[in-house]
Write a new protein. Structure first.
Length: 331
């Protein structure tokens, strides 16, 4: 077991769940070469200790959400209060305080444009101690969610192939969610591995209907299963947000290139002068420097790069985080 309490089987289980967060325990056990009970015990230990959680989250551009990446400047000392208030909103996906302590970053996902506009034009500008707000609309995600692996390389290619979920098709138009879908997603946002009986109870539908709906939402790219684990437990102690400026003709190529970097769990095209946003996880600051000079630095099409070290994570993927626990242990 390493100094963070994750041994090799724990890391294998984390990587397996990042590939398919709803894979049956029996399937996970078969791929990992162990017993069902061993996998169940490991999962329950990690989840009960607040070290890991699987979340089922809607994919914004597939379900018609209005998403913006916000940077909020504030007076010294106000960032924790503003970040806490944003974290408690149901429409924020993550909230970070950047190094320096006078800037907060967050992702806002609203069901309607009116709600989105109200936050950007009326609520935030009038918030005491906020000195500036910039917003970039999310145009296209190159990675993130269920595709994220956090640089883990504990599984063989054969094991990864055995766990890969069915391919996603985005050929159809935006998926329209109804009230039953929202009720189901509310459960999955707390526990992506919630059983079909629980989902059926929450929606008032039959288990078979719920099962078919989950399968449809996954296959259409409207629902993704993410694994929340504190990066420090996987050996990553330095995190930063990147804002890069790329020529429009090179944007797709650079976005796909960054998506292939193991240090990058998230990258997306955005509006604004800095038209590419990304998050990067590194072992330490020396590793971050190496990535800046030899990773993204090797991509000549990147004309300008801003690096914002993350001082504190207040919310991750819809969950409050105190820096040591991801969520309250299950009762």
């Amino acid at each position: 077991m390493d100094d963070q309490g994750f041994d090799r089987l724990d890391r294998q289980l984390v990587q397996a769940l990042m590939i398919d967060g709803r894979a049956a325990f029996s399937r996970l056990a078969a791929v990992l070469g162990t017993t069902d009970q061993t996998v169940i015990r490991r999962y329950r230990r990690l989840r009960g200790a607040g070290l890991l959680r699987v979340l089922g989250l809607p994919v914004g551009d597939r379900v018609g959400l209005y998403e913006s990446r916000l940077r909020i400047q504030c007076v010294p000392g106000a960032a924790p209060v503003i970040a806490d208030a944003l974290a408690r909103r149901p429409d924020t996906g993550w909230v970070k305080i950047f190094s320096g302590g006078t800037e907060v970053g967050c992702l806002v996902s609203s069901r309607t444009w009116e709600d989105h506009e109200a936050l950007l034009l009326r609520k935030l500008p009038r918030t005491q101690h906020v000195t500036g707000v910039s917003a970039q609309s999310m145009l296209h995600r190159y990675t993130g969610g269920a595709n994220r692996r956090l640089g883990l390389a504990e599984l063989s290619e054969e094991q990864i192939e055995a766990l890969e979920p069915p391919p996603v098709s985005t050929d159809e138009d935006t998926v329209r969610l109804d009230d039953w879908d929202h009720a189901m997603l509310a459960v999955l946002a707390r526990d992506g591995r919630a059983g079909y009986p629980e989902l059926a109870k929450a929606t008032g539908r039959s288990e078979s209907t719920v099962r078919r709906r989950v399968d449809h939402l996954r296959r259409s790219g409207a629902l993704a299963f993410d694994v929340e684990v504190l990066p420090v437990h996987l050996g990553y102690r330095t995190e930063a947000a990147l804002a890069a400026t790329v020529a429009p003709s090179d944007l797709a190529e650079i976005g796909r290139a960054l998506a292939g970097h193991p240090q990058v769990p998230f990258v997306a095209a955005t509006t604004g002068a800095a038209n590419l946003a990304a998050s990067v996880l590194c072992r330490d600051q020396r590793d971050l420097y190496t990535y800046m000079t030899e990773g993204i630095g090797a991509l000549k099409a990147v004309r300008r790069l801003e690096v914002l070290p993350v001082l504190r994570h207040v919310k991750r993927a819809g969950l409050l985080s105190d820096g040591s626990r991801l969520f309250d242990a299950p009762r």
